[in-house]
Ligand binder design. Sequence first.
Ligand code: LLP
Length: 433
Amino acid sequence: MFHSDNLSINEQNHLTIGVHDAVELAKEYGTPLYILDEDMIRKNCQAYKEAMDQYYDGNGLVLFASKALCTLYTSKLVAQEGLGADAVSGGELYTLHKAGFPMEKVFFHGNNKTRSEIELALELGVGHIVVDNRYELDLLNEVAGERNVTQKILFRIKPGVDAHTHDFVKTGQIDSKFGVALENGEAFEIYAYAATLKNIQIDGVHCHIGSQIFDVDPFHEAARVMIDFMAQLYEKLSLKVRILNLGGGFGIKYAPEDDPLPAAEYIQKAVKTVKKLTAEKGMELPYLVFEPGRSIVASAGVTLYTVGGIKEIENVRTYVSVDGGMCDNPRYILYGAKYTAVLANNASAQPIAPVTIAGRCCESGDLIQEHVMMPKIKVGDTLAVLATGAYNYSMSSNYNRLPRPAIVALKGEEKKVIVKRETYEDIIRNDVL
Ligand code: LLP
């Protein structure tokens, strides 16, 4: 009935997540509440890892893109499953470090890393830095020089591929703030220049074309463009780079019509293309890196809310207000993102009328979903929004001084708070005067 196989309905007609009753979870921990199915996250990590082993003899690494969900607990979990990590800020690096993450398996991204973040990365022994631009390259060479170390790098390249996704999450085209372009020679020049720098070791190429992509063709196209570029680096600069990092972006199911491929199939298809294209050029197989974020954690997350005021505006619409909103899930207001909502305390009830699920922030656009068919909803009901594990907690805010919800992880029968609910004291913690 639901699009994730860890979700079901029990005899009380309540939504269950793993073996847990969602309504009981809401009662026990309060709402709004983020639930994370740890078993599912582990399975997703394993599926990626096994696919790399099976189709590519393990000659590569799958990184979890921390930006999708970055906590100490999830970082530990990803490390235990043998994945690497993509980090994009000092805060993410620090979290990984504090979680005991093997920092040599970390790739540090970002289009405007600060000097202090670069210093932190070197201090913590980050394996690879994905350099975005010439300014950053010089800065990194300088910082590495001061420490007398050589830093392994990749460059972020815009392969000029259209990813068929929302404009805000497209990143592979020339008009993007990320990376260096191929078509105007910028990418080639930066490699030639980097090869002259003393404290830099060029180790590969990177691209990331966008997020929530279902179609595999753009990934194939990106792989083709990148392999061509690697061949060019060798021919023209005698530069042999080892790593081909094709980024993340694999889509997941938010709504019934979404039809993503299983993780293993994305990897299998990409690997096939990489093998074919490198063989055609007589190149060695590269060390292959992928950076999925959403497809590892999104489906493992469910947000639970309690229904408050309901406003039936005749001939207009019905607003059902919940005790969270854009502060815990800004994806609708940002991207018009689709979600599936379930009336957790009457989970098999038939939908009868369209409603708009509204948040509680002072903002008309603060909605979770508009015009969705739902059963009869009343005050005090528990509403579950599915597939909120990615880019919800990590993009949450304290707008209107609302404390962030807790995160509860489920592992078989076990359940534990992995991130505490914020308090009003937390809200004023940094107000010093
Ligand atoms: N690698 C790089 C360099 C990235 O920029 C991203 C995502 C990923 C990997 C992971 O992509 P994923 O597998 O999660 O699609 N806030 C937006 C998504 C922004 C994605 C940013 N970069 C959303 O909520 O849809």
